[in-house]
Write a new protein. Structure first.
Length: 416
C-alpha cells in the first residue's frame, strides 16, 4: 500500500503514519463495499471523527484514489455526497510460475483483468541467475505493456509450484510466528521475494499455486462462503489446499496439502521425493504420460497415439484426445479419477468437508474425470459424509493462477 504515494515525507512521522493508516482503512472499506458510501457511513465504520474523515476523503479525492459519485436522494435536508474507489488508479499484479510456464496478469482492485501476458510455454523454471532475471524482466515488461505507471501498482502476488520457497518459521520482534521465504538459488543468499521487491520496488507475496487458487475460489468461485473445502488441483502434478472454517490451512512450515506424497499404491515409479508409491506418481499429467506409454507398450492401439512417437506427446495431448473420444485416453483418465477419488475418500472421513473442488488443467475434460472421481469416493468415503459433501469442478477455468496470485495479495491486504 505504500506504493500509493500517500507518504511523501518523514516530517511529523507519527501523525503522517496515523493518517496513512486511516487512508488505507478508507481504501479497504471502499474496496470491500458493493455500493457507494457517504462520509458519515465511512467514519462510523472506521470509528473516526467526521472532521478527520472529511479531511482524509478530500485528500484521497484530490490525489485521484477516490471519486465523487453524485448525491444520495433523501426525503428532506441536505443530500450527502457519495464516494467510491477509483479503480483506474490502482492495480495489482498476479504471477503464475510453473516448471515450464509463466504468466502475468494485471488486475484492478475490483478484480477486473485489464491485461494478461501471452502464455509463455518456452519458459523453464531453473535455479539459475538467468531464470531469476528472466522472471523479473517478464513481470516488468508486462506492467509496461499494460500502459500503467509503476506507482499505480499496489504489489505483486505470486503463485508458484511446490513449497520449496519456505524454510523453518522464524519469530519477528513481536514474537509472531511466520514462514520466511527460502533462498531461490541453491547455496546463494538470494530469495525470489526479496529479489523482486528490491528490483521492482514493490511489495511481493509468494505462496504455493494451489493455495493461491484456493483463495481465488473463495473470492470468485464455488468456495465463496463455504466453511470447509478441499481444493484439489490436477495438472502436471497433484496439489491440495485445505480450507477449514473459511481459513486456508498452511501448517507450521507451510507444507500442509502435500497430498501427492500420500502413500497410495506401491509401484516402480519413483517420486521426486525419492520414495515409491506416492499418489502423485499415479495421478496427474506426468503420470498420464507414463500411463499412455505403458498402455501402448502393452499392445493397445489408438488413432491419436503411436508407440514409436511416445516421447513426443505431452499430457495435454492426452486430455485433448479424451474430448475427441480416444478410447485409451478415456480409459487412463478414468482410472486416474478413480484412484484420486479413493484417496480423497480418506480425507473426507478425516475432515468432513462441505465441498470438494477439482481445479487445474483436468477441468478441460469436465465430467470424463469428475464422474470417475465420484466413483472412487464411493469406495472409501463414509456414506453419510459423502452424502453431505458436494463434488464439483471449478468454474473459473484452467489458467487461473496468475489471477489467483492477485487475489491472494488483495486478500492479504484486506481489500477483498
Amino acid at each position: 500500500m505504500d506504493k500509493l504515494g500517500f507518504l511523501k515525507t518523514k516530517k511529523n512521522s507519527h501523525l503522517k503514519n496515523r493518517q496513512l493508516k486511516q487512508q488505507r482503512n478508507i481504501i479497504r472499506y471502499l474496496a470491500q463495499s458493493k455500493q457507494f458510501l457517504t462520509i458519515p457511513e465511512i467514519v462510523e465504520h472506521l470509528k473516526i471523527s467526521f472532521p478527520t474523515g472529511l479531511k482524509l476523503i478530500k485528500k484521497l479525492v484530490a490525489d485521484g484514489y477516490v471519486l465523487e459519485k453524485g448525491k444520495r436522494a433523501t426525503d428532506n435536508g441536505r443530500r450527502p455526497t457519495l464516494y467510491s474507489l477509483n479503480y483506474e488508479k490502482s492495480y495489482v499484479v498476479g504471477v503464475e510460475i510453473l516448471p515450464g510456464f509463466i504468466q502475468v496478469s494485471i488486475l484492478r482492485l475490483d478484480l477486473q483483468t485489464i491485461h494478461k501476458s501471452l502464455n509463455n510455454k518456452d519458459f523453464q523454471f531453473t535455479n539459475t541467475t538467468a531464470c531469476l532475471d528472466y522472471i523479473t524482466t517478464f513481470i516488468k515488461d508486462t506492467i509496461r505493456e499494460a500502459s500503467i505507471e509503476e506507482n499505480q501498482v499496489m504489489g505483486i502476488g505470486v503463485g508458484m509450484i511446490g513449497n520449496n520457497f519456505y524454510v523453518k518459521p522464524y519469530y519477528t520482534e513481536t514474537d509472531h510466528k511466520e514462514n520466511k521465504t527460502a533462498n531461490y538459488l541453491k547455496n546463494k543468499d538470494i530469495s525470489l521475494q526479496e529479489h523482486l521487491e528490491t528490483t521492482l520496488k514493490l511489495p511481493v507475496l509468494i505462496d504455493n499455486d494451489t493455495r493461491t487458487i484456493a483463495t481465488a475460489e473463495q473470492v470468485l468461485g464455488l468456495a465463496k462462503g463455504v466453511n470447509n473445502v478441499l481444493v484439489v488441483k490436477v495438472s502436471s502434478t497433484l496439489g491440495l489446499s485445505l480450507i477449514l472454517n473459511r481459513r486456508i490451512y498452511k501448517g507450521s512450515l507451510g507444507f500442509a496439502g502435500n497430498f501427492k506424497h500420500t502413500q497410495f499404491h506401491k509401484n516402480n515409479r519413483l517420486c521426486v521425493c525419492g520414495k515409491k508409491g506416492c499418489l502423485g506418481t499415479v495421478v496427474g499429467g506426468y503420470a498420464l504420460k507414463d500411463d499412455l506409454k505403458e498402455a501402448l507398450n502393452a499392445g493397445e492401439t489408438s488413432l491419436h497415439f503411436q508407440k514409436e512417437n511416445i516421447d513426443q506427446y505431452r499430457y495435454h495431448d492426452i486430455l485433448d484426445a479424451v474430448l475427441k473420444g480416444d478410447e485409451i485416453a478415456i480409459q487412463i483418465v478414468h482410472n486416474q479419477g478413480i484412484k484420486l477419488g479413493k484417496a480423497l475418500g480418506n480425507l473426507l472421513n478425516l475432515f468432513d468437508p462441505d465441498l470438494v473442488l477439482i481445479s487445474g488443467e483436468y477441468v478441460m475434460i469436465q465430467n470424463f474425470f469428475l464422474d470417475a472421481v465420484k466413483v472412487g469416493l464411493r469406495k472409501t468415503a463414509l456414506l453419510h459424509v459423502l452424502n453431505n459433501c458436494s463434488v464439483e469442478a471449478s468454474t473459473l477455468g484452467r489458467y487461473l493462477s496468475s489471477t489467483a496470485g492477485a487475489c491472494m495479495f488483495l486478500k492479504d491486504c484486506d481489500m477483498i
